[in-house]
Design a protein around this ligand. Structure first.
Ligand code: NDP
Length: 448
């Protein structure tokens, strides 16, 4: 296992002691600290004034009760979270997740990752994340609305276009953002469009925001393949998940001439050797909100499989786009055995540390989520720009900006990896490039 430089080990020991049991947060901190040894060797001043210790500690953590009434008239209680991790580069910015697995450790890991990701975009946004252990699965539209309204009734006091600007994540799409924006507007009596991103087009949303994370991840991987004299054209790809990120990852890979033959949800996966039919997929997931098994029921010659893993399907390019730690060391070994050449993380931290090590040791190109999936938040920042200037850009204009940002992030990560003596190590490149930007701003502010 890659280890943390001995100068940074006491910092990790302290994080471990103070955040015991927060597995995902500890995993994310460990991975970043593994990369930072190279920085403090070259630039020891970055270890001064407990800078790294401060970066590992959220600026503010808010936990609150979310009571709401279900369709039977029963009162339900959920727990809401917002972790305002780091505002050195701008207002806190990061999505809201509704999933039964949500706890403070998961929100902290996401907020920590978000800080570096947002720094990589080069835009003026800090890092934050929020959510609830609310399970939207099987809930009626009215229940979702009542839950979102109750969630925002507490959260609104912590938000603002110059303070904290949430967006969507797992379980939170345009519908939920609409309910939350409506409640924010009602409580504050302010039409503050820049307080949430991922909004609908008619009330201040940006074109291409829905597509941005998936498209951006594919732009990143295409650039990474290009730097290694490869391209998506003619490649077989597997994408996990079938939510927002997965659908638009599949769409852009297909546009680039690749063929996506499998995708999944948390119950199983489908295989379509002809390449996923996007119209059918969107109808099932976006219009009807059904399970992925429907795909095989509606298209002959395709299969739905519940046992095993989507990573058992042989492919050239794998894009995990569902959730954290969904691709294990064993899955990585299977993918390598089946000839995978590149992995691009659409989700946040979907590959376990063992999986990443396996890929890197096998020479598989590996694009970490904090770089590869930054297109979503970058386009959220473009949405904020449009809101601030009361403007609305065309789809092509917005996508062109997104493509440019993703190419820059790629090139910055690649150049940083090279500068620190580990060419093609995008994990180290992303961690260091993101860290340096946050660290420079924090140093300028003194000890705060
Ligand atoms: P969605 O809710 O739209 O879709 C999530 C997908 O992942 C669903 O297919 C879901 O299946 C599956 N999934 C969720 N949890 C699990 C699990 N525990 N095991 C297996 N599958 C699971 O979310 P998004 O597409 O928005 O987010 C996907 C990932 O991308 C997350 O890691 C998120 O943090 C990350 N991300 C999202 C961004 C965005 O703009 N939306 C931006 C950057 C990163 P099921 O329906 O069965 O739950």
């Amino acid at each position: 296992m890659t280890t943390i430089d001995e100068k940074l080990q006491p910092i990790y020991a302290d994080v471990l002691r103070r955040n015991a049991g927060e597995t995902e947060f500890l995993q994310a901190v460990h991975e970043v600290l593994e990369s930072l040894g190279r920085v403090v060797t070259k630039r020891p001043e970055y270890a001064d004034n407990a800078l790294i210790e401060r970066i590992c500690e959220p600026e503010r953590q808010i936990i609150f009760r979310v009571p709401w009434v279900d369709d039977r008239g029963d009162v339900q209680i959920n727990r809401g979270f917002r972790v305002q991790f780091n505002s050195a580069l701008g207002p806190y910015k990061g999505g809201i997740r509704f999933h039964p697995s949500v706890n403070v450790g998961i929100i902290k890991f996401l907020g920590f990752e978000q800080t570096f990701k947002n720094a990589l975009t080069g835009m003026p946004i800090g890092g934050g994340k929020g959510g609830s252990d609310f399970n939207p699965r099987g809930r009626s539209d009215n229940e979702i609305m009542r839950f979102c309204q109750s969630f925002m009734t507490e959260l609104y006091r912590h938000l603002g276009e110059y303070t904290d600007v949430p967006a969507g994540d797992i379980g939170v799409g345009a519908r939920e953002i609409g309910y939350m924006f409506g409640q924010y507007k009602r409580i504050t009596n302010r039409y503050e469009a820049g307080v949430l991103t991922g909004k609908g087009l008619v009330y201040g949303g940006s074109r291409a925001r829905k597509e941005a994370t998936g498209y951006g991840a594919v732009y990143f991987v295409e650039r990474m393949l290009g730097a290694n004299k490869q391209a998506f054209a003619g490649k077989r790809a597997v994408v996990s998940g079938s939510g927002n990120v997965a659908v638009y990852t599949i769409e852009k890979i297909t546009e680039f001439g690749g063929k996506v033959i499998a995708c999944s949800d948390s119950n199983g996966y489908i295989v379509d050797e002809d390449g996923i039919d996007l119209e059918l997929l969107k109808d099932i997931k976006e219009v009807r909100r059904e399970r992925i098994s429907e795909y095989a029921r509606r298209k002959t010659g395709t299969h739905y499989i519940e046992q095993g893993s989507v990573w058992d399907v042989p492919c050239d390019v794998a894009m995990p786009s569902a959730t954290q730690n969904e691709l294990t060391g064993k899955d990585a070994a299977t993918l390598i055995r089946n000839g995978v050449i590149a992995v691009g993380e659409g989700a946040n931290m979907p590959s376990t540390p063992d999986a990443i090590r396996n890929f890197q040791e096998a020479g598989v190109l590996f694009a970490p989520g904090k770089a590869a999936n930054a297109g979503g938040v970058a386009t959220s920042a473009l949405e904020m720009q449009q809101n601030a200037s009361r403007d609305s850009w065309t789809f092509d204009q917005t996508e062109a900006r997104l493509a440019d940002i993703m190419r820059n992030i790629h090139d910055n990560c690649a150049a940083t990896a090279e500068e620190y003596g580990v060419p093609n190590d995008y994990v180290v490149g992303a961690n260091i490039a993101g860290f340096v930007r946050v660290a420079e701003a924090m140093n300028a502010f003194g000890v705060i």
